[in-house]
Design a protein around this ligand. Structure first.
Ligand SMILES: [Zn+2]
Length: 307
């Protein structure tokens, strides 16, 4: 369902929208839906072009499409970055110089646990209570905030690394096999679960990267977890133990998610990492943790790969 400009009245002072339901001939008046919205402090709602009602997982959302003029900057440089949706982590990044970063999603899991219990506790005979609905909304807002903050942070890291182009694993391309059947990911099931969400994250990243002249390429993840990013050897079954990728050919040990990110990056460049691969950086990458209070990501102590 979509409302065009003539069906939308925007009261920007009070953060309200009046959406027309069309003209009711019987009662000689037009019906409308009154909507109140909230935004993050850095978002200004103006020049609304369209309002769309979108079914999102288990509820309806209204998406406001605004026209914004953006001055596009020149790309920070010619370097590349690779981003892989992680098996153990929310995602991993890899840069030309061998730098690699991990972004755990633990904050989301904690939230989910807490809010699901909260919801459960308040479930009434007639379905979820008002309190349960509020908990659900809060969870969704916090997840949204996490995704926005992560996209912004990664663009900042890319600017620091003079990146002009980002390759990102496209989960939508691997969720079905050749016969169109859903793949059984087994232990890697979390990839399938966050596929939809990762798609949304990629869209946010594209939008934020574009402002800085950085291109984002969605690349198939095919074989990226099976291939050794150091010597290029591909195996039938990837040997991942406690989050580490161990190559029997060249003997390298890497964080498995970082190995994937390096392989994704190699899809858009011929250049191998310029840094020293043997110093263990790829086995013990920097992990950035999300701080709910500050809303920012900060590097934690160097972490190992074990949980
Ligand atoms: Zn190898």
């Amino acid at each position: 369902m979509t409302w065009k400009q003539n069906g939308i009245k925007h009261d920007s002072k009070h953060n309200k929208l009046r959406l027309s339901k069309g003209f009711n001939l019987k009662q000689h008046r037009s019906d409308f839906i009154l909507v109140e919205y909230e935004t993050r402090p850095d978002v200004i709602v103006e020049n609304i072009q369209q309002v769309r009602a979108v079914w999102n997982d288990d509820r309806w959302e209204l998406h406001l499409v605004c026209k914004v003029e953006i001055s596009v900057e020149d790309a920070p440089g010619d370097n590349t970055a690779g981003i892989d949706p992680g098996i153990k982590n929310y995602l991993a990044t890899a840069y030309d110089n061998g730098d690699a970063e991990l972004y755990p999603g633990n904050v989301l899991n904690q939230d989910k646990h807490y809010f699901t219990r909260d919801e459960y506790d308040t479930e009434g005979e007639n379905g979820p209570s008002r309190r349960a609905l509020r908990a659900r909304q809060k969870l969704s807002r916090r997840k949204n905030h996490f995704l926005h903050a992560l996209a912004k942070h990664i663009v900042e890291r890319c600017i620091d690394h003079d990146v002009g182009r980002i390759a990102i694993g496209d989960l939508s391309k691997i969720r079905e096999d050749e016969n169109g059947e859903s793949r059984n990911w087994g232990k890697r099931g979390n990839k399938k679960l966050h596929g939809w969400e990762f798609d949304r994250f990629t869209t946010l990243l594209e939008y934020k990267a574009e402002e800085h002249g950085i291109l984002v390429d969605r690349k198939s993840e095919r074989d990226t977890s099976k291939t050794c990013s150091c010597c290029g050897r591909k195996r039938d079954a990837n040997r991942v133990e406690r989050g580490l990728y161990v190559c029997e050919s060249c003997g390298v040990t890497m964080n498995a998610d970082v190995n994937g990110a390096v392989n994704i990056r190699r899809k858009i460049t011929q250049n191998p990492p310029s840094g020293d691969m043997s110093n263990g950086r790829l086995a013990r990458p920097v992990a950035y943790l999300f701080n709910q209070t500050s809303g920012r990501f900060a590097p934690s102590e160097q972490v190992g790969c074990e949980p």
